[in-house]
Ligand binder design. Structure first.
Ligand code: URA
Length: 246
């Protein structure tokens, strides 16, 4: 996600490329050194360069994807961090019973105390498109707050507001107040702790946060917390289309 200080830069470029192609590590190193691999549109020639898991890779100008990309939705429980590794806390990856876990990446992290729909895939390009603010693919959150939500918040969020240390207003967000301290909020960005910071800008505090949908894709209600399933081909295509990727 953009502007997320926690975004992991933990993948070596050569390892990442090898994981999404049939090339051996030594062949991948040669390709990188020859200048054939681009990361987010820039040629990178050092195989040891650390790249983010949502970086877009290309070989000879062609986007690289895993041979058979996998796409999962997880009902994230509270208490699990959205990271591939963590020294102190359990990670969402520990909930997946899949081979080659190191190839999978989280598309749009959730805070440790946030529950709900988390997408996990080895198709970095798809993940990037779906989560990019440019795609205007809205994510819907159910928010519970400590204090009452004023009616004026609807207009403030729709207009966008300045969060600490941000130079630009937040993009238009849709707020539907359900009860004095509960609301649906739809945002199409993923700034660090964005929902919590938006309510904090109104001198309120989020006490519970749950992601219910990403674009048209709703959290499957048959999934208990901690359970996951593969996305159907239709769901993958629907999100790609929504994000303008198809
Ligand atoms: N906004 C937040 O503040 N936290 C999340 O987990 C997701 C969006």
């Amino acid at each position: 996600m953009t502007n997320n200080p926690a975004s992991d830069k933990t993948l070596r470029l050569d390892k990442y490329v090898a994981s999404v192609t049939d090339f051996s590590r030594s062949d991948v190193k040669k390709l990188i050194k020859a200048g054939d691999i681009e990361v987010d549109g820039q040629v990178v020639i050092n195989p040891a360069t650390l790249v983010s898991s949502d970086a877009q890779l290309a070989l000879d100008g062609q986007p690289l994807r895993a041979a058979t990309p996998r796409y999962f939705m997880l009902h994230k429980p509270a208490g699990f961090v959205s990271a591939t590794r963590d020294k102190w806390h359990p990670t969402v990856m520990e909930l997946l019973h899949e081979d080659n876990l190191e190839r999978l990446h989280i598309a749009g992290r959730l805070d440790a105390d946030t529950t709900g729909l988390l997408l996990i895939t080895d198709d970095g390009q798809w993940a990037h498109q779906v989560m990019s603010p440019k795609s205007r693919c809205y994510k819907r959150y159910h928010v519970t707050t400590e204090a009452d939500i004023p009616a004026a918040a609807v207009e403030r969020f729709a207009r966008g507001l300045f969060l600490d240390e941000e130079k630009r207003r937040t993009l238009p967000a849709r707020l539907e107040i359900l009860s004095p301290r509960q609301a649906w909020l739809e945002i199409c960005e993923g700034k660090f702790h964005q929902v919590k910071r938006m309510f904090s800008a109104l001198d309120n505090k989020v006490v519970a946060l749950h992601r219910q949908a990403v674009g048209e894709l709703e959290l499957d209600e048959t999934l208990a917390e901690g359970e996951y399933r593969a996305l159907t081909a239709d769901e993958v295509t629907m999100l790609a289309r929504e994000a303008g990727n198809d």
